[in-house]
Write a protein that binds this ligand. Structure first.
Ligand SMILES: Cc1cc2nc3c(=O)[nH]c(=O)nc-3n(C[C@H](O)[C@H](O)[C@H](O)COP(=O)(O)OP(=O)(O)OC[C@H]3O[C@@H](n4cnc5c(N)ncnc54)[C@H](O)[C@@H]3O)c2cc1C
Length: 410
């Protein structure tokens, strides 16, 4: 049997493709998923009464069709809005609201003066041209103090590469606060949360973790998903113009939602994309659950730029998952920094999970590289959609949007 479409991976991108194709009457389809359940990065674990999301997952989107898509499977009434969102940055020995540049007024006056002078002397304020790598961009946009004390160490911890190696074509995801606004917020001693690029009032399920949403989205798609099936071999049959997956499944079209470096291996390292694949890198993140003796904060999450801490973010789950056991916290740590015997968060470590792939690293040159890879395979009906298929730092709402648009265009 030859499928019309085989989808590699059943995270939210694969699930959206399946659902939307079926709605369109395309039913000769199959998704192959390595894990024992669908949902990918948006899943949750339930450990001793605690909820652990694979990374803090929240839903807020500017796309109406994406909202409709989620709420058609998981009714809006089963969600609540996190408002106000309480996210902090640990800096200068205290906790300051996110983003730091809008909340410098929370620092002691002497520190505030130093940070403000540094912001005023930034490259943008001095009229210098916008730099092309991320480290230079941070300095240019926000000044040396915010760069050296917060964003540089934080990004090194999160990504596992230096920001000097990273591009600037993804920074629409971070707040763009102008110098005048930094000064205004400092003088008025308040920030404008509407300036957040995303997640200022995100939705979250009233019960369980974000994985509950994935379970609902996946429910009707399960007959079209083959679980526990890792794609390890992918070949193109020039005679039949069909793809053969794992020497078992045949398809006229393949939609890849898994990391390209892994698929490159499964395809036997095609020489035509060798130079591009070297720019396509991803990292892994360890999600660790801790139980503490009391709840130290009312925060939802806190960023930890200090190099002395292994992890880069703490999520106070019992503060936003309404039926999670008390005093649960999970942390996110780049897998290269993680040492289970030396965790730095103070609490009982109950559970650790390493994501096989967490963040597509926005290296300089990777957008040109992924474009070349997608262009190369398109004539053979092999496509890439979603966080891995497009190798872009997309949130899950953008993955849904691109999957919906892809099927619309068929
Ligand atoms: C720590 C963290 C926090 C995040 N927070 C948010 C947030 O708050 N809001 C938001 O909107 N987005 C957030 N995101 C982004 C969001 O998780 C992703 O955009 C989205 O889940 C990507 O979906 P996907 O289906 O494209 O990829 P994935 O979810 O990674 O799905 C890919 C699937 O492919 C499978 N797979 C991989 N290799 C193979 C193989 N060889 N064979 C078969 N199957 C394979 C995987 O098991 C997986 O199920 C966060 C991401 C991380 C890492």
């Amino acid at each position: 049997m030859t499928y019309d479409y085989i989808i590699l991976g059943a995270g939210i991108t694969g699930l959206t493709l399946l659902k939307k194709m079926r709605q369109k009457g395309i039913v000769n389809i199959l998704a192959l998923e390595a894990e024992k359940e669908p949902g990918g990065l948006c899943r949750s674990f339930y450990v001793d009464g605690h909820v652990v999301d694979i990374g803090g997952h929240f839903f807020q989107t500017k796309f109406k069709d994406v909202e409709d898509f989620i709420f058609a499977s998981f009714p809006k009434e089963k969600m609540y809005k996190i408002d106000p969102r309480i996210s902090k940055i640990s800096i200068e020995g205290m906790d300051v609201d996110y983003p730091l540049e809008s909340n410098l007024w929370q620092l002691p006056v002497e520190k505030q003066i130093k940070y403000l002078i540094s912001v005023i002397r930034n490259g943008e304020a001095l009229g210098k041209p916008e730099p092309k790598n991320y480290e230079e961009w941070i300095r240019w946009k926000l000044g040396d103090m915010i760069c050296d004390n917060y964003l540089l160490p934080y990004n090194i911890k999160l990504w596992g590469v230096t920001p000097a190696e990273m591009d600037v074509d993804w920074i629409y995801k971070i707040p763009r606060v102008e110098v005048e606004e930094v000064l205004r917020y400092s003088l008025e001693r308040q920030q404008d949360v509407e300036k957040y690029p995303c997640h200022n009032r995100p939705y979250y399920p009233t019960s369980g973790g974000y994985g509950r949403v994935m379970e609902a989205v996946a429910k009707d798609e399960l007959p079209y998903i083959k679980l526990n099936t890792k794609v390890t071999d992918l070949k193109y049959d020039e005679t039949t113009k069909e793809w053969i997956v794992n020497n078992e499944f045949r398809a006229k079209n393949i939609i890849n939602t898994t990391p390209w470096p892994d698929l490159y291996e499964a395809m036997g390292k095609p020489v035509e994309i060798k130079e591009y694949i070297s720019k396509i890198k991803y990292n892994k993140v360890v999600v660790s659950l801790f139980e503490t003796d009391d709840n130290p904060t009312n925060y939802h999450w806190r960023y930890r730029p200090e190099m002395t801490e292994q992890h880069h973010r703490e999520l106070y789950i019992s503060n936003f998952v309404k039926d999670s056991k008390n005093y649960g916290v999970f942390t996110e740590t780049n897998a290269n920094r993680f040492d289970a015997d030396r965790v730095t968060f103070k609490g009982r470590n109950l559970f650790n999970y390493t994501t096989p792939a967490a963040y597509p690293i926005p290296l300089v040159g990777r957008t040109a590289a992924i474009t070349a890879i997608l262009d190369f395979f398109k004539p053979k009906h092999l496509y890439g959609i979603g966080r891995w298929g497009e190798h872009q730092h997309h949130n899950h709402d953008v993955c849904i949007k691109h999957a919906l648009d892809f099927v619309d265009a068929l």
